[in-house]
Design a protein around this ligand. Sequence first.
Ligand code: ADP
Length: 454
Amino acid sequence: MTIRTRLAVRFMLLASFILGGAFMVVYYLSADYREEEFRGRLKDRGTNTAKLLIQVDEVDTLLLWKIEHDNPVRLPEESIRIYDHHNKLLFTLGEDDMFAIAPSFLDSVRLEGEIDRTFNDREETGFVFRDRYDRFVVVASARDIYGRSKLKNEGRVMLGTFLLAQILIFLIGRFYAQRALAPVQRLVHELQDIGAADLSRRVEPGDARDELGQLARSFNELLDRLQTAFQTQKHFIANASHEMRTPLTAISGQLDVILLRERSPEEYARAIRSVQEDMHALNQLADRLLLMAQAENKVTASSFTAVRVDEVLWSARSEVLRTAPGYAVEVDLLDVEDADELVCKGNENLLRSMFGNLIENACKYSDDHRALVRLRVSGKHIAVEVEDKGIGIAPGDMERVFEPFFRANNTGGAKGHGIGLSLARRIAELHGGRITLVSCPGEGSCFTAHLSRT
Ligand code: ADP
């Protein structure tokens, strides 16, 4: 069911509830009024007849019968009966043989003063009529043919009006729902026209202040983010392919040259070492890209375990020194009294890679190839500072060094692919932390990874 029809149906149901309720109240009030009014007339007729019979000496039962029989104000199918205190029938008029009055009913009337009842569409009222010396029971009954048919008619008119109103309300509701939803329809069509290849298009916000304007603006913001993400992804793939192609081209070039003619064992050994170096760079790149993908997709906070930061740091240091034995890394556990203070929730592999990147860079981009690592704990906060006295980073590049594949002009001949720092920042963010940088060209840099203790 479309929202338009759903809205119209709900509108109709609500209106039918209110209208139906109002009609029912009116109908029951009318029915109540008809009954009350007719009983009043019945009682008046009974009282007048009893007064004539009991209080006017000149009137006997025969005369009364004649008077009442031809009375033009007689009610339809009227019957009036008057009983004395022995339940003896003193006077009867009308359909007397049709309805037998039980003595128990007369006793109940004497007890309660008045009893009203309805049977076979006839209204009947029994009441006590008091004379100076005696008490009589008057039972008057008649059929309210006119009142009942009027009520039935009213009911029919109400039902007809109700059904007609339902149809009208449904149609009007649908019409208004259609008008109200027309801008949404327009938005849907505009969005349907926007394909993945054409993310630069935006939807028309219309009246910017209403909810639909807000929705259109939210869509446009979403499209902005999608476009940026698509472009970043495209650049990332292009950069990654380029970074992979460079060592591959170098390897195949070297192999082609070496195979041109017969070489001495030393030349073969040199060529193999060079290919090995390129293979190592390729391997490192593949590892980092894999870690990046892992950090983006697979790792969630729910898979984190308790990790000792100092242990991960030592293992990252060993790994760096294994691949580059010429580097020197000093670790200083400042003010750390209890090893339990150094536990944080995280992914050990990713944290090792983050520290490894920072340590490797510090050694790589300094002439003395030395890095000083300091570990500080304060409250719930663990800070790992990786400092070097190297080439430093220009202020304009300080933020850009965290972008994927960005390499500053300061690298000289140092090998690298420009993804170590972007991966490190992503890993820190995944752990609810961040990486800050203080650097001065020619003096050195200090990268600090901020993490939270458990
Ligand atoms: P890579 O080192 O492979 O080039 P990174 O993402 O690790 O890639 O670093 C990006 C860039 O940031 C480097 O190319 C370098 O220009 C700069 N950089 C990173 N660490 C340092 C450092 N300790 N000192 C000076 N420059 C650095």
